[in-house]
Design a protein around this ligand. Sequence first.
Ligand SMILES: [Fe+2]
Length: 319
Amino acid sequence: MRKRIRLHQVRVGMYVEELEGTVVAPSRIVGPILSPADIDLMMKSRAMSVVIDRRKGLDVDQGSRDGVENDLVSFAFDLNSRFGAEEIRLAREAIQDARPCIRDVLAEARTRGSFRLDAADKAVERIMLEAMTNAGAMIAVAKLKEKDEGTFLHSLAVSALMVTFGRNLGMSEQAVRLLGLGGLGHDLGKTVLPIELLRKPGKLTADELEVIRTHPARGYELVKQIDGMSKPVLDICLYHHEKFDGTGYPHRLTGSAIPQAARIAAICDVYDALTSVRPYKRAWSQAEAIETMTRSRGHFDPDLLNAFISKMVINGTIH
Ligand SMILES: [Fe+2]
């Protein structure tokens, strides 16, 4: 009764047969998982997957409330095993500092259809400062998207990912700032869509999907109202759902016809969406997210995706 599960699904009470795809082999935790400390050790192994024996211990409790709660608990363990207490505290502080500014940006877009550049600038300044020394923890802490916090934290995480990726690509601080602003505002067009549509559980109809797909153009129109708004920010709003092979929207642009800032945004947007922990959805591990993104041939700029993997993932900037 062997079963392969993801690392973050390991719970106290399971019996671990094998850790797969790990460079570290903490052999002493192969066997029963007796305590949170054992889970901690497992997390440190950074294994791609884990094989459990369901006859000797618990199975994954999929879909139940318990399962979801365990997922959140596991996320906390995971976070504590990868970052120091001070790094986590500073990351939380930075997110708290940026919160009122981002909330203002989202509220202004929703109620007046306009872009609060001053507030967005302030938030990006704070994100850029924290990302200098503590990018990994800030991005990790923002992964836990609790109720009503999803939009705010997704905007912040995409902004932080783009700032960090831009720096790792050797871009100037001014160019990095524009990536950060674009990341913060990339989905602003969604704030003017009907809330029930955005929150609808399950599959959307073709008509509903069409409405959702208007959000890049709506966001672009909203941000464009600011005189002299920089091109990369507008490009990110309008083109972040374009795909490298021309199958994206709204304009089905291909390859380098998609502005670079938008190609960067596409990678950071999808990465954060896949790896986020939400109350109703299990998060994917970093390895699973990267594997899926690599397999999605045609979606992303392959050179930029390779750079993301080598300069952000393999070197441990985000983990
Ligand atoms: Fe979007």
